[in-house]
Design a protein around this ligand. Structure first.
Ligand code: NAD
Ligand code: 6OD
Length: 478
């Protein structure tokens, strides 16, 4: 597919063109234009103009109707979206068809609904002896959009994570300039086409393609006309964006990397814990920020757990690739590092040979490691591949200490049949999200985000609408 920018209600192909690669085979599958500073500037100006025009004065009901039209438009072109997402990411078709694309439409519907659930508090005030009048007042709060917001998204769930931010930003009345990952520009371009057909006013949504550092991403996040930045990606990129945005004190919402722990207690349903951990470590070949990379298992069931998880990993045959050759090389370098650090490789640990066109692609084997100390780089650094390290523990406190010994704090899973233990442990895990006896069971109204190097702020439901708007207090003396 030939991706295009979408600026001020028109598709534009300005800029040099870079290739898009199908990671399953390594062959070229399309192209995208690299946005220059001028293209980014035009997109931000278009956003500003839209806020002064029809989009800025659209009532809640009109914006909700627009969001529903976008959701319907995604549904109407469902197969096209699935095809494009599979081609760009190499993820299994079933995943795109059951998660990514339905969730994208769901994001627009959820925020259309949530618009009507919003309300603010009011206070009647009395200040005895106030010399400026009656000293009695009614205070109430209204919310207004932030303005032009930049949305920067990664390649792992391209459409899901883009719409996860675009939908609430538009719902709150902002104009958006979105930049998807350079690896996966296709579904964003289809989304622009759907938004165009849905009849949103020109400039309400703009799309620019291109790379990050020294390119479109940096031009956008350092732009003085951008009023807020919502970013999902690596923690190091978040830090670079923060530095770039510092001069304009631009508000930020950050969803960053993770090194997510699973805590498996001896009282857990072991089969469910093994199955759940296999899902949480190997879904989308580990390329989901919520994937488990550290597993802590209570000693009495450690050997059995490791043996069964190893079997699961070896049984996986039809898995997707890493997004790029560079990412494949990074993951394989961690497989080598793990060995150098003294790991036992229980399963995987290399790159597969399929004997077909996939050998030109970027696959790595699902991998289970044991035997490393908590200080090993393999146990501390985000790998973002289909790999986990499993270590034993003896007490609840030790499990928590190991789980919390991390620079990251995005998501955790706890496997236990003891309800009291679940309630005791879950709030003490230093992550923004804790799943008990499940993984990645999502309700779009719940707060989503991480602590420590995993992010700043929360998105989801009201939390997104709060970020994408600001409260203004009005005090009327009565
Ligand atoms: P990345 O940080 O390399 O890129 C993300 C986006 O930022 C891309 O659009 C890229 O072009 C842009 N970018 C890169 N450098 C930039 C810069 N200097 N200025 C502005 N924009 C820049 O991340 P990725 O490799 O695409 O995605 C994988 C990472 O994302 C992993 O670390 C993963 O954990 C994280 N992630 C986190 C969440 C979450 O919700 N916490 C969700 C998905 C992915
Ligand atoms: O499900 C979501 O809402 C969400 N933000 C998922 C993030 C996954 C990260 O890769």
């Amino acid at each position: 597919m030939k991706a295009e920018h979408y600026v001020d209600g028109a598709f534009v192909s300005a800029g040099t063109v870079f290739p898009v690669i199908d990671p399953v085979t390594g062959a070229g599958s399309g192209s995208a234009p690299e946005a220059t500073r001028e293209v980014v500037d035009a997109a931000v100006r278009a956003g500003r103009a839209a806020l002064k025009g029809a989009w800025g004065s659209a009532a809640d009901g009109e914006r909700a109707a627009a969001l529903r039209a976008v959701a319907d438009g995604i549904d109407a072109r469902f197969d096209e979206f699935v095809d494009a997402e599979v081609r760009d990411t190499g993820k299994p078709r079933e995943l795109a068809a059951t998660v990514d694309v339905p969730r994208a439409a769901g994001n627009f519907r959820a925020y259309a609904d949530l618009l009507y659930g919003r309300g603010e508090r009011a206070f009647t005030t009395a200040v005895p002896g106030w010399s400026g009048g009656s000293g009695q007042a009614l205070n109430y709060t209204v919310r207004r959009p932030l303005g032009v917001v930049a949305v920067i998204s990664p390649w792992n769930l391209p459409l899901l994570l883009l719409t996860w931010k675009v939908a609430p930003a538009l719902a709150a009345g902002n104009a958006v300039v979105a930049k998807p990952s350079e690896e996966t520009p296709s579904t964003a371009t289809l989304l622009a086409s759907v938004i165009n057909d849905a009849g949103l006013p020109a400039g309400a949504f703009n799309l620019v393609h291109g790379h990050g550092a020294g390119a479109a991403g940096e031009f956008l996040t350092g732009h003085p006309g951008v009023d807020a930045i919502a970013f999902t990606g690596e923690s190091a990129t978040g830090a670079a964006i923060m530095r770039n945005a510092a001069d304009h004190v631009t508000p930020l919402s950050f969803e960053l990397g993770g090194k997510n722990p699973a805590l498996v207690f001896a009282d857990a349903d072991l089969e469910a814990a093994v199955e759940g951990t296999a899902r949480s470590s190997f879904t989308h070949s580990g390329q989901i920020c919520l994937c488990t990379e550290r597993v802590y298992v209570e000693r009495p069931v450690f050997d059995e757990f490791v043996s069964r998880l190893g079997d699961r990993a070896r049984a996986l045959k039809d898995y997707g690739p890493m997004i790029s050759a560079a990412h494949r090389d990074k993951v394989l370098s961690y497989y080598r590092l793990a060995r150098e650090e003294g790991a036992t490789v229980v399963a995987g640990g290399g790159a597969p040979v399929f004997g077909d066109a996939r050998d030109g692609g970027f696959h790595v084997e699902p991998t289970v490691l044991t035997g490393l100390p908590p200080t090993a780089r393999t146990v501390r650094e985000e790998i973002f591949g289909p790999v986990c390290h499993v270590a034993p523990f003896d007490t609840e406190d030790e499990a928590l200490r190991l789980a919390n010994d991390s620079p990251y704090g995005l998501a955790a899973t706890v496997w236990t049949r003891d309800l009291s233990r679940a309630h005791r442990v879950a709030p003490r895990v230093e992550t923004g999200i804790v799943w008990v006896n499940c993984w990645n069971l999502r309700d779009l109204r719940t707060p989503f985000g991480g602590v420590k190097a995993s992010g700043i702020g929360r998105e989801g439901g009201e939390y997104s609408l709060d970020f994408f708007s600001e409260p203004v207090n009005v005090c009327i003396q009565i």
